[in-house]
Design a protein around this ligand. Sequence first.
Ligand code: ATP
Ligand code: MG
Length: 776
Amino acid sequence: MSSQEQLLEGLNGPQRDAVTHSGAPLLIVAGAGSGKTRVLTHRIAHLMAERGVRPGEILAITFTNKAAAEMKERIQALLGVRAANTMWTMTFHSACVRILRREAHRLGYPSSFTIYDSADSARLMQLVCKEMDLDPKRFPPKSFSFQVSNLKNELVDYDTAAEQAQTEQEKKLAEAYQLYQRRLHEAGAMDFDDLIMVTVNLFQMFPDVAEYYRRRFRHVMVDEYQDTNHAQYAFVRELVGAAEDSDTGVVPPAELCVVGDADQSIYAFRGATIRNILEFERDFPSARTILLEQNYRSTQNILSAANAVIDRNEGRPAKNLWSEQGDGPAITGYVADNEHDEAAFVVGEIDKLTDEGTVTPSQVAVFYRTNAQSRVFEDVFIRTGLPYKIVGGVRFYERKEIRDILAYLRVLANPEDTVSLRRILNVPKRGIGARAEEAVELFAARERISFSRALRRVDEAPGIATRSVKAVQNFTALLDELAEAVPGSTPAEVVEAVLSKTGYLSELAESKDLQDESRVENLEEFVDVAREFEHTFAALLEEEPPDEDEEDGAVPSGTLDPGEPTLVDFLERISLVADTDQIPDADDTGGVVTLMTLHAAKGLEFPAVFLTGMEDGVFPHTRTLGDKTQLEEERRLAYVGLTRAQRLLYVSRAAVRSAWGTPSYNPGSRFLDEIPASLVDWRRAESSLAAPPSRGIGGGRGSGGFGSTFGGGPRRGTGKEAPTLGVGDLVNHDSFGMGRVQLVEGAGDKTKARIDFGADIGEKDFLVKYAPIEKL
Ligand code: ATP
Ligand code: MG
């Protein structure tokens, strides 16, 4: 068999067309499990094997680092280690970081710029709002962070934001945006959204840079295209080069191939727009579209259920997704008394399936709508002794001690990183109090110097106690001592030096507190992380021979060589580890069960899937109940969840679930009603618990009898239409006046809201339906 045949074996007709297509931009739109990702991988292999494309000429964008690693693996299996390693298979963020490390100096950033994750940027926004003297009640920094992120995703800079600002809110926002950007720039840092936006700006401001990358990447591919936001779209467009650019003769446009499924667009809240997929043909008039209709992942029962659900969304082109796998077993349904009962059912069932040898633990996934739902499952997993892994939720890297040590490392890599510097200023405690910190801050503002420089001149700062001056000087001397050792040390050695020289470790070690004990264990683990990083780095160097493919001079290979693992490399690796990267490998004895939110599940597949918390108010999420657009996005999320399953699918819900310590009776999810009844085998249809609002499966949507005295007790039968509230909404209350919604819980008639009425009145809880409130 020729290599061409080998590559095309195991592909159907339209898949082959997609793999062998050349020239015009190619859009593959197709339902879940129809082989889109598989087509991308084979296309890459085909480009190299049959069309003589060099691995260095290909950029393949995936949605997570995990997906990138999987694609690399598949390429490696088809074409060997070397091809896989020299190719850029990565997320938008990683690709932009690589480009920016090389080019950011043109915009005045150090090439070792720091990457702020969302916690860092939230803190910086807080500092900015404080500096602007904004009332946090009227101008919540969190909301500013969110809005600035949205603006960046839309490529709106602060000048434009200022021009467009009408209300006082918008004006302050634009101001905060500008100051925030200034502080970031001064700190030599970029936040996650900057990575994309700055790269796009760079391409637009420096045509030679754009041209360089256009020459380099002759083939650009994007998986999960439906979830790209405007900035990412612009990045792709800049990189590929529009057809009109070719008229001016510089570089002909690269070949573009994007694959996606509009029905799986689930990141609208992050600025992703299905617009990109719906309008692809308009943006690239010569584009060719290929449809894939055969699903290779799931049984027909699972597909029929998923198709029936997604069919309820309006204005989508009908899809005809079919499977050859046969009907398969029925979907199993279960109505639990409460969330603990639900977890016990799920874990019991997994235990049974793995005991029987039907599946291994790694072939099972448990999905839920929100992170908070994981805890109950974790409890039962731990008690049962079944191995499990959480993807998402509170991660290792978000624990305090890990963030502290990371802050030290970041300051060592980039002394101007103010947020990190201020985080560790008095950690561990060294007698630099808030007053001293403020004095340094004022001094920095007066002298127009950075916080870090002000620290170095602390003796000149007015109003600072001699004791504090001494403490600060000791601190900067300590940083200098640590910094001096960095160039000759490996990342793990730097970590160890920080832990011992700062006294961080000894302080914890002396403590009797159990939590401090686990902190020490976490830090130990972190040293291992650094060691592991060095090893994988070394292994990569050994595997990767010098790349003679690039000797034509198109790419100066030196700039892309990994070299010795440095502290900056290590920090970069860590800041790019997405939640979804924690999915365990299935190779160890049977592996572990994966628990994750539905959002993290995109692109994955499992032989057995448990879709839990199927209740209105949980999934679909309360926040979305009154909003058609948001409900449709929830429905797409349900479609994603259902279509992850290959053979066994379970759907479950709890009749009662506690929310804020009070029982909440949620009706079954409307998505359950949308699954044809004939496809579901209800193991337990009715909760034995006499729950006030319990309605039969498939029955009417009964109104609940919420029985607590929440918010002064329900006054029934007012007949008033409850306003649909979301966090951040402004409301007016008959007696308390204006307030802002802080929290919303429950569904329908039982929706509760916590509203903040400002300093005098404070926060109050209400049952929305019965409260005299009006949304403004
Ligand atoms: P999603 O929309 O969920 O990302 P997808 O369209 O990317 O799905 P893949 O993950 O590429 O689908 O494929 C789904 C499964 O079907 C994979 O296990 C893949 O190996 C298998 N598959 C795809 N095409 C074929 C084929 N022609 N023959 C056999 N198996 C196939
Ligand atoms: Mg895919």
